[in-house]
Design a protein around this ligand. Structure first.
Ligand code: ATP
Length: 227
């Protein structure tokens, strides 16, 4: 199993209980949607996976390593294994598309030649080769999200985590992004995506984990979930 959560709870310092006794397993190569109302705990669950937050209780393993007990020196390895895609892209405005994607490789180390080659290859994959020299403000929302995906996959992670990646995009552009995430998944990367987009979930026919008030209330394929 690639991702394992055992009895995970998260209470924020202000007393808000975001997750309550969540146990979950995700296999290598899966595509999993996380659904649930606003405040159900989707983003919190994702943040626990890439160690942006620590659980109050429970254990989390990624590729058999405890994320909770991980030493500071192991965190860069975790970050290399997990690429994160955000609703608001979170690109660095003062860097070009090329530099944004290259930066993700620079922070985990790598020589200039490898970085340059791999960034070009990744930008080609996401269809942004012609925009490599553009700044984020010069791109459409869909293009910015492609750059966000390029940044997330450039280190060839085991897992791509996407937190409402289509939340700011129109329907057609959302589907382009979903096609791209599906391609990433077909290449063997596990994709875990939080979303409110019911139409996307219905059409993709993938596993759906449904959170309600911090607990998993459904975990199934969409036909079952809609029924
Ligand atoms: N840093 C924080 N400090 C305190 N409370 C927080 C923090 N982050 C989230 N919360 C609270 O935890 C609960 C779960 O939030 P979370 O963002 O995980 O939900 P979500 O399902 O992702 O919601 P949305 O669909 O609106 O993004 C909410 O009540 C939220 O207000």
């Amino acid at each position: 199993m690639l991702v394992q959560l055992y009895n995970v709870s998260k209470t924020y310092p202000n007393g808000v209980k975001a997750l309550n006794d969540v146990s979950l397993k995700i296999d290598r190569g899966e595509f999993v949607f996380l659904m649930g109302q606003s405040g159900a705990g989707k983003s919190t669950l994702l943040k626990l996976l890439y160690r942006e937050e620590l659980p109050t209780r429970g254990q989390i393993f990624i590729a058999s390593r405890s994320v909770v007990r991980m030493k500071a020196g192991e965190i860069p390895m975790l970050r290399r294994n997990i690429g994160v895609v955000f609703q608001d892209y979170k690109l660095l405005e003062n860097k070009t598309v090329f530099e944004n994607v290259a930066f993700a490789m620079q922070v985990v180390g790598g020589n200039r030649h490898d970085i340059s080659r791999r960034v070009e290859e990744t930008l080609r994959l996401v269809g942004l080769r012609d925009k490599a020299g553009c700044y984020p403000s010069q791109l459409s929302g869909g293009e910015q999200q492609r750059a966000g995906i390029a940044r997330a996959i450039v280190n060839r992670p085991l897992i791509v985590i996407a937190d409402e990646p289509t939340g700011n995009l129109d329907a057609d552009t959302s589907w382009e992004i979903m096609d791209l995430l599906q391609e990433v998944n077909k290449n063997g990367t596990t994709v875990i995506m939080a979303t409110h987009a019911q139409e996307i979930v219905r059409r993709m026919q993938k596993r759906v984990v449904f959170l309600k008030e911090g607990s998993v209330v459904h975990d199934s394929l969409p036909e079952e979930f809609i029924a």
